[in-house]
Write a protein that binds this ligand. Structure first.
Ligand code: AMP
Ligand code: ZN
Length: 483
């Protein structure tokens, strides 16, 4: 597979470090509020990446943190702790908030068919791991103690900025209003590894450390959790584009200074979901959630399809009209899959290989999900039997996660029931088109059959055949296609 590596700013061949395991790390949510559908765009695209890697035969181990401490209202070291802010807003304890929004996050993920990573680790579980890393960074001179906090000294690095081809807006650091400069820092980009003297004396969660009672900075948690579960190296690290700076830049700085060698080979960043008014953000308090989509009658998987229709390295604008269109496309796609009838015919392996090649050419080329959706339509149009088409769709959908087979089966069942209740029969076309003239002929034939006038029924079938229309009788109806 080829993937764009934000660290080299090139599309590269993806080659994992180890033959037996592919190590993947994802920055998880800060659980002080519901995830918005922008956050979930990042998790959908990362889910497709993970599933495609598995589909390609890799044994993926994926780790995700849950940020339940240390993420301040700015992505740098300024402002209030987001968790504390959430707890105050809801008059609950930080741990209650964390538990509630962690559950809410995974429930949203389930609705979007986002698989839960192999390891999910709350930041508050790994304090000893951070202390171990910070202690070594202090001993080796990469960190210093000032004004009660431990800082990473970025002047010790030959190269600090790794992802600096991103535009300034994408790299903008959180909310800055009314925040003063931290005068303890030796250099502008130095960042906190351990706080004991935060401006907020009411910080709820604190732990003992060699530098005093306090709490870890946000960046150290991802290095600590990754090393705890994946060891000293990492194949691919994912996150939204806003994580590139300062979060991922700082993760690389501290991890490589601690390890003394390169840490992670590939960096994948998902660009933002924006509204017409700009970036969707949790801190603004006004954002769209999966529950809101459901309340408004949208299928969450139509939102997943909406995300798949664009490339992860392009910003995506969300509006209701776009989602309406995705709903229509999704409904039609399900309708077309439902028109395929399994008949236990032999699988056409040649067709499967040809179709698989198209799918691989799409996802294997920097995760081109919109072309992968096109590859689904290629299956529907391909000249092969329905069983083969259904197999190819099931295979591809194990990566795309649109529940096409399940929803198509449900639609078929539902159509059958409705037809039985109405005493009618359904007429469907293979490509989803409707043609009143053809449908009228099919009804005439049906009426003739009911009246046991088989000569007329056969004559209508032959007439349609001559006009290039082939009929297949299905339970409670007829399926037609142009040949
Ligand atoms: P947070 O819960 O704020 O820590 O963010 C969780 C994930 O969502 C991170 O990987 C962010 O980079 C990503 N993210 C935040 N805002 C957006 C957005 N508008 N569009 C896409 N991803 C986002
Ligand atoms: Zn992270």
């Amino acid at each position: 597979m080829k993937i764009y590596n934000s660290a080299s700013r090139k599309i590269e061949e993806f080659v994992p470090n180890h033959p037996d395991i592919l190590k993947m790390y994802t920055c998880g949510p800060t659980v002080y509020h519901f995830a918005h559908i922008g956050n979930l765009r990042s998790y959908i695209m990362e889910d497709v990446l993970e599933k495609y890697l598995r589909f390609s035969g890799y044994n993926v181990k994926r780790v995700m943190n849950i940020t339940d401490v240390g993420h301040l209202t700015s992505d740098a070291d300024e402002g209030e702790d987001k968790m504390l802010k959430g707890a105050k807003r809801e008059h609950k304890s930080v741990m209650e908030i964390a538990r509630f929004y962690t559950d809410a996050f995974f429930s949203d993920c389930a609705k979007l068919n986002i698989k839960t990573p192999d390891v999910v680790e709350p930041a508050t579980n790994c304090i000893d791991d951070y202390i171990k890393i910070i202690t070594k960074l202090m001993d080796t001179g990469y960190a210093y103690f000032a004004g009660g906090n431990v800082y990473f000294d970025t002047s010790k690095l030959e190269r600090y900025y790794i992802f600096n081809d991103f535009n300034e807006d994408d790299l903008a650091v959180g909310v800055r209003e009314g925040v003063e400069e931290d005068t303890n820092k030796r250099n502008k980009n130095d960042f906190v590894l351990w706080f004991t003297k935060s401006k907020f004396e009411d910080q709820a969660l604190k732990w003992e450390s060699p530098w005093g009672t306090g709490y870890p900075g946000w960046h150290i948690e991802c290095s600590g959790i990754s090393m705890k579960h994946l060891g000293d190296d990492l194949d691919i690290h994912c996150g939204g584009i806003d994580n590139a700076f300062p979060h991922h830049t700082n993760e690389i700085a501290q991890s490589e200074s601690y390890l003394g060698h390169k840490w992670c080979n590939y960096w994948m960043h998902v660009y933002h979901l924006n509204t017409n008014d700009g970036k969707m953000s949790k801190s603004s308090g006004e954002f769209l959630t999966v529950s809101l989509l459901v309340e408004k009658g949208y299928d969450p998987l139509a939102y997943r399809l909406f995300c798949l229709q664009s490339h992860y390295r392009k910003s995506l604008v969300f509006n209701w009209e776009n989602l309406d269109n995705a709903m229509k496309t999704y409904g039609k796609l399900i309708g077309r899959v439902a028109s395929l009838i399994p008949k236990n015919e032999p699988i056409d392996e040649e067709a499967i290989s040809a179709l698989r090649l198209r799918f691989d050419n799409a996802l294997g080329n920097d995760l081109n999900t919109s072309l992968a959706v096109t590859a689904l339509y290629d299956v529907l149009k391909y000249d092969t039997n329905d069983d083969t088409k259904l197999k190819a769709i099931a295979d591809f959908d194990s990566v795309l996660g649109l529940d096409l087979i399940k929803k198509a089966e449900a639609k078929r069942e539902n159509d059958k029931k409705q037809a039985a209740v109405a005493g009618e029969f359904t007429i469907i076309s293979e490509d989803g088109t409707m043609d009143p003239q053809i449908e009228a002929k099919i009804r005439d034939r049906q009426n003739a059959k009911k009246a046991k006038d088989f000569a007329t029924a056969d004559a209508i079938r032959n007439e349609l055949k001559e006009a290039g229309i082939e009929l297949t009788d299905i339970p409670h109806g007829v399926k037609w296609k142009k040949v």
